[in-house]
Design a protein around this ligand. Sequence first.
Ligand code: NCD
Length: 307
Amino acid sequence: MRSVIDVPDLSPEELEELMDTAEDIIANPAKYSEVCRGKKLATLFFEPSTRTRLSFEAAMYELGGNVLSVTGAGTSSAAKGESVADTAKTVSCYADIIAMRHPKEGAARVAAQNASVPVINAGDGGHCHPTQTLADLLTIRREKGGFNGLTVGLCGDLKFGRTVHSLINALSRCEGLRFVLISPEELKLPSYVKNESLKKKGIPYTQTTDLEGAIGDLDILYMTRVQRERFFNEEDYLRLKDSYILTPEKLKKARKDLCVMHPLPRVNEISVAVDDDPRACYFKQVLNGKYMRMALIMMLLKEAGRL
Ligand code: NCD
């Protein structure tokens, strides 16, 4: 059964295909409004979420399908000690496809090994978040016309930020790309991501703690929140949480065609005064995420022989 747990589960050609489908949905929404009639998506969210869960659910509704939803470990049998494997087997009896978010790295993989329907990873701990990457890729393609040759700055919590890990993984397949990794010392990109996605592929990157020094070189600036829930102690979080705050003042040093992105939720990393700047793309990213999830749900249901 084909599931999408991490970015490499989709080939570069499939990513292009998903973006093309998303563009077609944007242009002709009526064409897709009955495609999933009678099909059910189960959203199993064992961690907080606003965008990702609602975006999956809105995606399924806009395809004419239905949604079954579990939110919060406390309200499901997980609270009674049920394993992820048993939950996946059970939910496969009710739903045609599952989107799952879980605080443990690897949980979605375990679910996929035990489910008899496709599983989509909607974020597993500090590991990865492939459908946020789908939203990010469509946003970059729409704003920049493509990926090759871009200088991409990623700023904030690069250690625990799963959206960063997945985005770097996807963009590392493009040509002529360069990364600027901007973070406090303690929140640098994990070495497994650096080795697998950058060093092995010979992709140029620099690491810095200085956002203002780097901003003028960037085509994309991907801001992230410091991931409070992954810290072992609150003191470290409080010390690091406001390491970077993007303001209109700092943007004066940036290119006119910079694209400012953020997976959201934002805490303090981008001042609300930036929202009116034409370079702010983070709410476009939210909408793009819904279209990409529609495209992914259709692709996986078709492959599973359920459409
Ligand atoms: C992200 C996540 O859950 O990793 N949110 C999202 O899905 N858009 C980013 C975050 O929580 O900081």
